[in-house]
Design a protein around this ligand. Structure first.
Ligand SMILES: [Zn+2]
Length: 161
């Protein structure tokens, strides 16, 4: 069973996302194990593409139940994962410091995520940025914090082209 706390349910209605879409993301993550474990908190994060958005859900499990802790979305598609990057050589700069040392694990491959160059598509324009990705299956992790602080930079970058 998927539990959605009342405050999150209220936000879902406002955001024009549906609880079914959020449940689908969790079901997909659980069925395929395409989810990322935050080793410090024991929480999972996964994503799915639904309509024009990429929908991210952070949740925790207890037995057969899953409780939604957070959801967020953007209109960016993940189109590929490239080489590992140690230095902020990309035009969008580095990941925020608070993000860089997180212990994130791909549950499908049982390996740690690495900071890699990830390719995205937004409004039919492509760009690349540093992000956490699984070196084996290419599963990507983006926190709401990263998505938020990158959004303005991406718009500026795409406008100057
Ligand atoms: Zn993986």
């Amino acid at each position: 069973m998927i539990k959605i706390p009342p405050d999150i349910e209220a936000a879902i209605l406002k955001d024009r996302v549906t609880t079914a879409e959020i449940a689908d993301v969790i079901k997909h993550c659980e069925d395929t194990r395409a989810k990322v474990l935050d080793a410090a908190s024991g929480e999972y994060t996964g994503y799915g593409e639904t309509g024009a958005i990429t929908l991210w859900v952070r949740y925790k499990t207890a037995g057969a139940d899953a409780e939604v802790l957070e959801y967020y979305f953007n209109r960016t598609r993940i189109t590929g994962v490239s080489y590992p990057v140690a230095e902020p050589d990309l035009r969008l700069g580095p990941l925020p410091k608070s993000m860089r040392n997180r212990a994130l694990l791909c549950c499908k491959c049982d390996v740690s995520l690495e900071i890699r160059k990830v390719l995205f598509k937004y409004m039919n324009r492509s760009y690349s940025a540093m992000s956490f990705a699984c070196p084996i299956c290419g599963q990507v992790y983006e926190s709401q914090e990263v998505i938020r602080c990158r959004a303005e930079k991406v718009e500026a970058l795409l406008e100057e082209k």
